[in-house]
Design a protein around this ligand. Structure first.
Ligand code: PLP
Length: 488
């Protein structure tokens, strides 16, 4: 049965909502005033800065409000209708509605909305794929009747069977994520891992090179998806590669889920028809609460369903509820307009930087990310990030392919448009933002170290330029207020 298309009712009296939040904050204040104060300050900080962090956004007030309820108090380990606790009927409703919206929105056969974050979603997916493809020996093979009777040697055998699997993902400096097989993350410890990069000349994904690597490495899982790659991916080609080597295609769309939901990425750029398993966060371009999700074909549904208790604790029912609200919002025409604006704004930001002589990884963007290589300004990513922050522009430093400054200092800053687009910034605003960034970076000079070597951390930024940037940014932020009419 197709779900009813969600209707969207707007909050008509924002002053009533403001009063409700004021009351809520005063109840918090009575218990721990520092938390009430930090909550108020966070709103002020979010309102007063030009937020270009590609992984952040502003959830709607209904999404935020949904998280602050007693649904948080309920334990509901298990799945809908099959819980390890009594009295889960309301959580069942919440989880079913969220999963229904996710399936309908993305056209997925199956949705698992319990993961608490993107990392948890990936871990759930990896174990589901392992469970599906790596045969668990029957207990009889070990001559025992129950798991408790397995000896340490038996467990060694089991661990070896699961631990010998291979995972191929995008390299970190090409834009991949830690959870795609890097040592600091459990994914780099549980799999033999290998990585594909981008073309050294164009910095674009080279599908022939990915295929060659896959043929040589023969992974069980081919991971597509990224945190800092400013281009779209052709998932039909990735699936072809996976099929050729007998791998499962898993796509981590944590960053660009909003562009898939908003029908900006369609056809071969939409991962759902091509990947057996798709993971995501819900808080980035999708503009929902902080959390994760796994979408899958029916074939993997039963294995994904075991996420709790295999790798997850009890579901966060209040967050699943907020996912349902955010997914309902994402099923509207307004969200599609928003998603298109995110991509248009990124293009305008890229063009604004290029026109002013900026150097961009891959030469531009066709998603929500712009990766600015700041070596042309004589700076490291760390210096650029700090100078921009002094000027009221919030970004994060990021490695560029084959970064000579490594992952700590880096040579780039990553810029993203989902948050400013949520405030209503347009393409002409993005040109002004590009101008500000360019002016600030041109007016920033690196400070050498004490022994006269080129410094990687310290910098000088002309104070009049920083002041002007705050002024101009302040004007733009006032023109596009965050939660207009909402006063604390
Ligand atoms: N996957 C990708 C591609 C990401 O970019 C991120 C976060 O930045 C994650 C997973 C992890 O998400 P979370 O921080 O919610 O665990």
């Amino acid at each position: 049965m197709r779900a009813r298309h969600p209707t969207r009712r707007t909050v008509t009296d924002i002053s009533e909502l403001s009063k409700a939040y004021q009351t809520l904050l005063s109840t918090i204040e009575a218990v721990e005033p520092r938390i009430a104060e930090a909550t108020r300050s966070e709103l002020a900080d979010q309102r007063d800065s030009l937020k270009l962090i590609a992984s952040e956004n502003y959830a709607s007030l209904p999404v935020l409000a949904t998280m602050g309820t007693w649904l948080s108090d309920k334990y509901a380990e298990g799945t809908v209708g099959h819980r390890f606790y009594a009295g889960c009927q309301n959580v069942d409703t919440v989880e079913s509605v969220a999963a229904e919206h996710a399936r309908e929105l993305f056209g997925a056969e199956y949705a698992y909305v319990q993961p608490h974050s993107g990392i948890d979603a990936n871990l759930t997916a990896y174990w589901a794929i392992l469970a599906h493809h790596v045969e668990m020996p029957a207990l009889e093979e070990f001559g025992v009747k129950n798991v408790q009777a397995l000896t340490e040697a038996d467990w060694e055998t089991l661990r070896a069977r699961f631990g010998q699997q291979r995972l191929l993902g995008m390299s970190l400096d090409a834009g991949g994520h830690l959870t795609h097989g890097f040592r600091p993350n459990v994914s780099g410890k549980m799999f033999h891992q290998n990585h594909y990069g981008t073309d050294p000349e164009t910095q674009l994904l080279d599908y022939d090179a990915v295929a060659a690597k896959a043929r040589e490495f023969k992974p069980l899982i081919l991971v597509a998806g990224y945190s800092a790659y400013p281009r779209r991916v052709n998932f039909a080609k990735m699936r072809e590669i996976a099929d050729e080597v007998g791998a499962v295609l898993m796509v981590d769309m944590a960053h660009f889920a909003g562009l898939v939901a908003g029908k900006v990425f369609t056809g071969e750029e939409d991962p759902i028809p091509y990947a057996q398993v798709v993971t995501t966060t819900t808080h980035k371009s999708l503009r929902g609460p902080r959390g994760g999700m796994v979408l899958a074909t029916q074939e993997y549904a039963a294995d994904v369903d075991r996420g709790c208790p295999l790798v997850l604790g009890g579901p966060l029912s209040h967050v699943m509820a907020a996912k349902a609200v955010a997914l309902a919002e994402a099923r509207t025409k307004e969200f599609q307009t928003y998603a298109q604006a995110v991509a248009d704004n990124a293009k305008a930001l890229a063009e604004g930087l290029l026109t002013r002589g900026g150097k961009l990884v891959t030469g531009g963007t066709d998603n929500h990310i712009v990766l600015l290589d700041v070596t042309g300004y004589g700076l490291t990513g760390r210096q650029a990030e700090s100078a921009l922050l002094d000027a009221g522009i919030v970004t994060n430093r990021n490695a560029v392919p084959n970064d000579p400054n490594g992952a700590w200092y880096t040579s780039g800053v990553r810029l993203g448009t989902p948050a400013l687009t949520s405030r209503g910034f347009t393409t002409s605003d993005m040109d002004s933002v590009a101008q500000l960034i360019d002016e600030v970076l041109r007016s920033t000079t690196p400070v050498p170290t004490k022994d006269g070597k080129p410094g990687k951390a310290k910098y000088d930024l002309a104070s009049d330029v920083a002041a002007n940037s705050h002024n101009v940014a302040g004007g733009m932020l006032q023109a596009h207020p965050l939660y207009p009419g909402f006063e604390l």
